[in-house]
Design a protein around this ligand. Structure first.
Ligand code: PLP
Length: 393
C-alpha cells in the first residue's frame, strides 16, 4: 500500500498543543508553528482502523495489558534492533516523560547528582530539578564541518563528571542534535557508567526514525550494559500517536526493575490506557511498511532543508540530522545581542514558531529547532519566510 504523507493538514481546533496553543507558547498566533515534536502527518490508517474497531464496543473500562502488548514490543525490538526482550522485562508508563521522574525517584535521593548531555530535551532538566536532585552537565562537543555541525560526546569530561553520579539520562538518538550514537560511543559510555556504578536511563523514543546509513543500537542490547540500563521506547514519535501516551519501559535487571515498578506503584501508576495499548500493539505489528515510507518522505524533507540552507542561508549552520524530524539550527552568525532578540526576530519578523534553543540548556542560546514532519508546502513556506527575514537584516 502507498501511504500519503504530503497532506495539508488543518489541525486547528483539535486541541493541538502545536496549533491551538501558539498564544501561550509564542505570545501570538500570527505565525507558522514549526515547534513541538509531533508531525502534521496522519497516523497510519491501520492504527485509526484498530481504534475505531475497539470503539465498536461501547464500554471503555479499566484495561489490562494482554499478551498482544508484550508480543508487539518484543517482536518490534527483535525485528528492528535484533534485541531479544523478555515479557517480564517490560513495564509501561503513560509516556516517557513520567518515566524520567519515576527513574529519578527510584534511583536517587534529594541532592543526588544526575548527569545529562546538553543541549538536550527540556524534561530531562525538569525531572531532575523538580525532584530536588542536582544536574551534572556533560555538554556535547561541536565539530564544525562546512555549514554543518556534528555533535560528539566529550568522554574526558564525562569520565570526570560521572564521579559521584547515581543516574545518567541518555538521549539516544539525541534530541535536538539528531545524533545516532554509534556502538563504539555507546560502549565507551557504558563502560564508564558501569565502572562508576551509574544507572543509565536510555530514552530511545526517536530510535525508529533513523536515516540510512545510521543504525540505532539499544543501550541494553549491549550485553555488558543490560543490567545497568533502563530503555524507554514508544510509538508516539514514530507513528505520530503522541496524544495516546503509550510507552514501554524495558528493564532486564530484576532488582532495578523492581525498584522502578515499586515507585510506579507508589505513584499510583499501574493501569494502562485502552486506546493507547491498541495503538501501540497495532503500530508495532502492522505498520512497519508505513514507517519505511515515512522515512523516505522525511529523508527527502531533510535533504531539501540541507540544500536550502547551503544555497540560500549560508550564514546559518545546521546540525547533521541522523535521526528524527527535527533540525537544530545555529543562528550565532546573525550576531543578535541576546537570545530573546533572535526569538523576537523569528516570531515577529519571520512569523515562524520554532522551538527556542534556550529550552535545551545554556548550549541552546542562539539556536532554534525546526520540526520538518509536515507537508512540502508548509516546509517550503517556512524556509522562504526564514530567508526573506534574514535577507532583510
Ligand atoms: C527525547 C524525548 N523523550 C520523550 C519525549 C516525550 O515523550 P512522551 O510523549 O512519551 O512523554 C520526547 C518528545 O519530544 C522526546 O524528544
Amino acid at each position: 500500500m502507498n501511504y500519503q504523507f504530503d497532506v495539508e493538514m488543518n489541525r486547528k481546533n483539535t486541541a493541538s498543543f502545536k496549533w491551538d496553543h501558539c498564544n501561550y507558547i509564542f505570545g501570538t498566533d500570527d505565525l507558522l508553528p514549526m515547534a513541538i515534536a509531533d508531525m502534521d502527518i496522519p497516523a497510519p490508517p491501520e492504527v485509526l482502523a484498530a481504534i475505531k474497531e475497539r470503539c465498536e464496543h461501547p464500554v471503555l473500562g479499566y484495561t489490562i495489558r494482554t499478551e498482544k502488548f508484550y508480543n508487539a514490543v518484543k517482536s518490534w525490538m527483535k525485528k528492528r534492533f535484533n534485541w531479544e526482550v523478555k515479557d517480564e522485562w517490560i513495564l509501561s508508563t503513560a509516556g516517557i516523560i513520567p518515566a524520567l521522574s519515576y527513574a529519578v525517584l527510584s534511583f536517587t535521593q534529594p541532592e543526588d547528582k544526575i548527569l545529562i548531555q546538553p543541549p538536550v530535551y527540556r524534561p530531562f532538566f525538569d525531572a531532575i530539578e523538580a525532584n530536588h536532585r542536582i544536574i551534572v552537565e556533560n555538554p556535547l562537543k561541536e565539530v564544525h564541518q562546512g555549514n554543518k555541525i556534528h555533535y560528539e560526546m566529550d568522554f574526558e569530561d564525562l569520565e570526570e563528571k560521572l564521579n559521584g553520579v547515581k543516574l545518567m539520562i541518555l538521549c539516544s538518538p539525541h534530541n535536538p542534535v539528531g545524533r545516532v550514537w554509534t556502538i563504539e560511543e555507546l560502549t565507551r559510555l557504558g563502560k564508564l557508567c558501569k565502572e562508576k556504578g551509574v544507572i543509565i536511563l536510555s530514552d530511545e523514543i526517536h530510535s525508529d526514525l533513523v536515516f540510512k546509513p545510521n543504525t540505532h543500537n539499544p543501550m541494553a542490547s549491549i550485553k555488558e550494559f543490560q543490567d545497568i540500563s533502563i530503555t524507554c521506547i514508544a510509538p508516539s514519535k514514530t507513528f505520530n500517536v503522541a496524544g495516546l501516551c503509550a510507552s514501554a519501559i524495558i528493564i532486564p535487571n530484576q532488582k532495578v526493575r523492581e525498584n522502578f515498578s515499586t515507585m510506579m506503584f507508589n505513584c499510583g501508576v499501574f493501569l494502562g490506557n485502552t486506546i493507547g495499548n491498541i495503538a501501540l500493539e497495532t503500530c508495532y505489528t502492522k505498520c512497519e511498511n508505513w514507517l519505511e515510507q515515512l522515512l523516505e518522505y522525511l529523508q527527502e524533507r531533510k535533504t531539501e532543508i540541507e540544500t536550502f540552507f547551503a544555497e540560500n542561508l549560508p550564514q546559518l549552520k545546521i546540525a547533521q540530522t541522523e535521526a528524527t524530524f527535527l533540525t537544530w539550527i545555529d543562528f550565532r552568525n546573525l550576531n543578535f545581542k541576546t537570545h530573546k532578540e533572535l526569538e523576537d526576530f523569528l516570531i515577529y519578523k519571520a512569523k515562524l514558531g520554532f522551538d527556542t534553543g534556550a529550552k535545551f540548556g545554556a548550549q541552546g542560546q542562539h539556536f532554534m529547532r525546526l520540526n520538518f514532519g509536515c507537508s512540502k508546502k508548509m516546509l517550503r513556506e517556512a524556509l522562504i519566510r526564514l530567508k526573506t527575514a534574514v535577507d532583510q537584516l
